[in-house]
Design a protein around this ligand. Structure first.
Ligand code: ZN
Length: 230
């Protein structure tokens, strides 16, 4: 996530997304009335105290871009013209599937689920283009969810290392939401945090002797987590 994400969050928090103005309005209402509300009525999702988990997942729609010519160059024997093409899925593009180590054509489905429910029941799904990074998918989905499901109270949020960026922490602190976010190794957690320990690949502090440290309470004064070596 780039440094301008702080500005993006500030801008997007002021945005209001109205259901009727969304292209998926009728589909969303169908999902809300027939699925989400039933989960709530049955007590499977607690909207007063939500613990959400969010992540993006690849949805491949075709093996290649769906496009065809709208010109007659081919009849003139020109096969490599640069005329406009008709794209039948203009909201899809090409993205990277990190689980399968390959490119794909389609969507990125960003989904929020109730992580404290049975089977992680869905709360809010949103399709974006495949090229969209998860941290941006989060912004698009989260603030639409806040507008469209405005009476839901989010208490905790669980995200992977793609969301390990300071503006996220600042926003959640401001909103009183407790974040649980994997540390991103690429952001330099291997470097020394202090002179006496480093942060391991799994996010657990490692002491100078190379041993994993164990959690040993919290200092209330500055909310820094204390660790000891067993
Ligand atoms: Zn042409």
């Amino acid at each position: 996530m780039k440094d301008n994400s702080r500005t993006t969050i500030k801008r997007i928090t002021r945005s209001i997304f109205l259901s009727d103005e969304q292209p998926y309005s009728s589909l969303f209402n169908l999902y809300k009335n027939e699925f989400l509300n039933l989960s709530i009525q049955k007590g499977l999702i607690n909207t007063e105290n939500l613990a959400l988990a969010g992540d993006g997942t690849p949805v491949a729609t075709s093996a290649r871009e769906r496009k065809h010519r709208v010109c007659d160059c081919i009849s003139k024997g020109i096969t490599d013209c640069t005329c406009d093409r008709f794209f039948s899925q203009p909201d899809c593009d090409i993205g990277w599937d990190s689980s399968r180590d390959c490119f794909y054509h389609g969507y990125d489905l960003y989904m929020f689920v109730a992580s404290d429910s049975d089977s992680d029941l869905p709360v809010f799904p949103l399709f974006g283009p495949a090229s969209r990074h998860d941290s941006h998918g989060f912004l698009h989905a989260f603030f639409r969810m806040k507008s469209l499901l405005h009476d839901f109270k989010i208490d905790k949020i669980i995200l992977d290392s793609a969301h390990d960026a300071m503006p996220f922490y600042e926003y959640f602190k401001q909103e009183g939401i407790t974040p649980f976010i994997d540390l991103n190794e690429k952001r330099g957690i291997k470097v020394k945090y202090k002179d006496d320990f480093i942060i391991g690949k799994d996010g657990i502090p490692v002491c100078k002797a190379g041993r994993k440290m164990n959690r040993d309470g919290v200092e209330k004064r500055n909310t820094v987590s204390n660790s000891i070596v067993l």
